[in-house]
Design a protein around this ligand. Structure first.
Ligand code: TXA
Ligand code: MG
Length: 325
């Protein structure tokens, strides 16, 4: 099988129609979202969800985010406490996932939630939202990459990785946010950050007037069960907080300041010449893949400030640099 690719700018209605047909057949479709490309399937259909896990080679204990078209749909499947509701109103549609108590017997299949009594819900923007509305059911969708690899931010990334295993890839251009959604869980009035992502923690604090509690140490990260340490791994080694380039390394830098030894780099990638963190996030995964494709044994990355979207960037870089299992 080689995936058909439909560009939504050329054939928006065809893309919507074809995607609905494939979903109704119980197969996954790769779709653009504002964060990264997702591998979407009917969240109520166990055979379809099984295909997602098989296609990605993803461990079954790692639950999937269920994507909804609107708050009414989300409320059919999950219970909202007042703070979660406030977050939904402030950031949906957008790059925020809320972990919420699952309504029993609501129809989301236990394979999507890995049997948990909670469900991760997100309302995406753009084509993904239109597709869910047209299909009429929530779509379970992890990032559309082989488990453990860097997430895709273009249809080309998806085709290169999973093209042989998929029937259909919808091309919506480069994903504008470029890192996955922020995941939070509200419990007893406390907002806990399970994964930094496309909504900065500071924005959540501003919108709610509440502190966002970070996990204590790496162990707590496992609470979002997918957050295994060596995730987002390119083939090359990744060297963080680099203040120089070793001969033959590829360099990924933020800002336009010269880096010692960069004239001997295999290639240089500028995340954002002006140091803009949103632009850097949008370029991150593409540049990691391109740096990896140079064949350099190591990728040096200059320091990234840890505020705003920098927190998500540093989280993904730390995982890319983590020892491989
Ligand atoms: O931006 C995104 O979030 C993208 C797009 C496609 O929406 N999706 C995404 O999915 O990044 P994935 O599967 O790569 O990451 C989902 C994370 C996993 O770490 C999973 O463990 C966690 O969400 N998760 C899902 N449901 C959960 C639950 N009920 N409790 C705790 N963590 C959950
Ligand atoms: Mg992923």
């Amino acid at each position: 099988m080689t995936a058909q690719i439909i560009d939504i700018i050329r054939d928006h209605d065809g893309a919507l129609r074809q995607a609905c047909t494939v979903l109704a057949d119980g197969l996954p479709v790769a779709i653009p979202t504002e964060t990264v490309y997702g591998l979407a399937a009917d969240a109520t259909n166990p055979a379809a969800i099984t295909r997602i896990y098989e296609t990605k080679g993803r461990p079954r204990f790692n639950p999937l985010i269920c994507h909804m078209s609107d708050l009414d749909m989300a409320e059919r499947y999950a219970d909202f406490d007042p703070i979660s509701r406030r977050l939904a109103e402030a950031f949906w549609p957008g790059p925020l996932t809320l972990i919420l108590p699952l309504k029993p017997e609501s129809g989301i299949h236990a394979l999507a939630t890995a049997g948990l009594d909670t469900v991760g819900i997100r309302l995406p923007k753009g084509f993904a939202s239109e597709l869910i509305r047209a299909f009429g059911r929530p779509l379970a969708a992890p990032s559309a990459n082989t488990s453990g690899k860097v997430s895709p931010t273009s249809a080309r990334h998806v085709a290169d990785d999973l093209g042989e295993k998929l029937a259909l890839i919808i091309d919506g251009g480069a994903a504008p946010v470029g890192v996955e959604s922020t995941i939070v869980r509200v419990e007893n009035g406390v907002i806990r950050l399970l994964r930094p992502g496309g909504v900065a923690a500071e924005e959540i604090e501003t919108a709610t007037g509440l502190a966002v509690i970070r996990p204590e140490g790496p162990a707590a990260i496992i609470e979002a069960p997918g957050m295994l340490a060596s995730h987002y791994a390119p083939g090359a080694a990744v060297r963080l907080n680099a203040d120089h380039v070793e001969t033959g390394e590829a360099l990924i830098r933020l800002g336009s300041a010269p880096v010692k030894g960069m004239e001997l780099a295999a290639a240089v990638f500028d995340l954002s010449p002006s140091g803009d963190l949103a632009q850097a996030a949008a370029n991150l995964f593409d540049y990691l893949k391109r740096a990896d494709a140079t064949g350099a044994a190591s990728i040096a990355v200059t320091p990234i400030p840890d505020h705003g979207l920098g927190e998500a960037i540093n989280d993904r870089l730390a995982r890319a640099a983590a020892p491989r299992e």
